[in-house]
Design a protein around this ligand. Structure first.
Ligand code: NFA
Length: 100
C-alpha cells in the first residue's frame, strides 16, 4: 500500500493552505498597439521584454494569452490596473481573470 499510515490524505490536504488560483488573461483586438501590450506585461506582470513579447505575440496570433496566475485579490488588482492603463490611453485592450 502506498499509504501505510491509513487514511491520512484528507488531514494532510486540509493542513496545507493553497488558496484558489486565477489566470489573468489578455484578449486580442485589432487596435491596441503591440508596444503598449508589451509595456503592460513588463510593468504589471514583471515580465522581461523577451517574455512580454512572446506573450503579446501569442495573444495576437491565438486570441488569448496567460499573463500570470495569482490568488483572487492579486488577480483582480492586475485586471484593474491593465484596464485602467488601457482606458487612459484610449486602447480597447481587454484583460480578464478566470479560475485556474
Ligand atoms: N492585435 C494588435 C495589433 O495588431 C496587437 C495586440 C496584441 C492587441 C495583443 C492586444 C493584445 N496591433
Amino acid at each position: 500500500m502506498s499509504n501505510p499510515a491509513g487514511d491520512t490524505k484528507t488531514k494532510t490536504q486540509s493542513r496545507t493552505r493553497t488558496p484558489p488560483q486565477y489566470k489573468v488573461l489578455l484578449l486580442n483586438d485589432d487596435y491596441t498597439p503591440m508596444d503598449f501590450v508589451v509595456e503592460v506585461l513588463m510593468r504589471f506582470f514583471r515580465k522581461s521584454e523577451l517574455e512580454a513579447t512572446r506573450i503579446m505575440l501569442q495573444v495576437h496570433h491565438e486570441g488569448v494569452g496567460v499573463c500570470g496566475v495569482y490568488p483572487f485579490e492579486i488577480a483582480e488588482t492586475k485586471v484593474h490596473q491593465v484596464m485602467e492603463a488601457a482606458a487612459e490611453e484610449g486602447h480597447p485592450l481587454q484583460c480578464i481573470m478566470e479560475p485556474e
